[in-house]
Write a protein that binds this ligand. Structure first.
Ligand SMILES: O=C(O)CCC(=O)C(=O)O
Length: 208
């Protein structure tokens, strides 16, 4: 009972109503492990710079990204990500089968306000984020009234969990900051829909 009480008090509920549930768990991973995972993932992952269309112009995505499926995990996946996925699955109790990685090199890197692509994730399941490296601010905004804005500094080793319903009613963002800030890596765990065979499977398939 004592241990359960400690677990419950370590979780801060930022949102918990008919518009969804958003929870923040600082020190989910101890500081030494968070430091080791950051170093291993930074070095061991094949990071990509991406471009995307914005207002009819192609622009850089302001961060590096990568991703892995967990069903089953690729052999090239760093052990740290496997360990992190086990911890998150155990804590949240949901069958996360993919992890998206974001690497923010400095305060100019960011993610704009958005909700997750609901057509890619299984209905009803949460999105869980582990933060490593420098702390960065997450800004959460209700899409409709009553107006609600929440800012939370995502500390290294923390866990941040948003319910599926929260994706319908809130956006989340990691804004740019003019303050000097070190590198940050986030691991975003999702329950993705099963992969469907695409035209890419044909010998002359078109790659997107
Ligand atoms: O880096 C973060 O904590 C947020 C990442 C995010 O919003 C996303 O991957 O969709």
């Amino acid at each position: 009972m004592r241990q359960l009480a400690l677990l419950v008090t370590s979780e801060t509920l930022l949102v918990d109503d008919e518009r969804g549930r958003i929870a923040y768990v600082p020190e989910f991973i101890d500081a030494d492990t968070a430091r080791d995972w950051f170093a291993e993932i930074r070095e061991g992952v094949d990071w990509h710079a991406q471009r995307r269309m914005m207002y009819e112009r192609e622009v850089d995505v302001p961060r590096l990204v990568s991703s892995f499926r967990l069903d089953p995990p690729a052999e090239s996946m760093p052990q740290a990500i496997l360990d992190a996925s086990r911890r998150v699955i155990e804590r949240v109790g949901e069958p996360f089968n993919s992890v998206g990685l974001n690497r923010y090199r400095d305060g100019r890197d960011s993610v704009a306000p958005h909700n997750d692509h609901l057509n890619e994730i299984c209905e009803g399941f949460s999105i869980a984020l582990i933060s490593l490296g420098a702390a960065r601010r997450m800004s959460i905004r209700a899409k409709a009234g009553p107006r609600r804005v929440i800012h939370v500094d995502l500390e290294p080793g923390s866990l941040f969990v948003m319910s599926y319903a929260a994706q319908l009613h809130y956006t989340h963002a990691v804004p740019k900051t003019p303050n000097p800030v070190g590198e940050r890596i986030s691991l975003a765990f999702r329950v993705k829909r099963p992969r469907v065979p695409t035209a890419d499977a044909s010998p002359t398939g078109i790659h997107r």
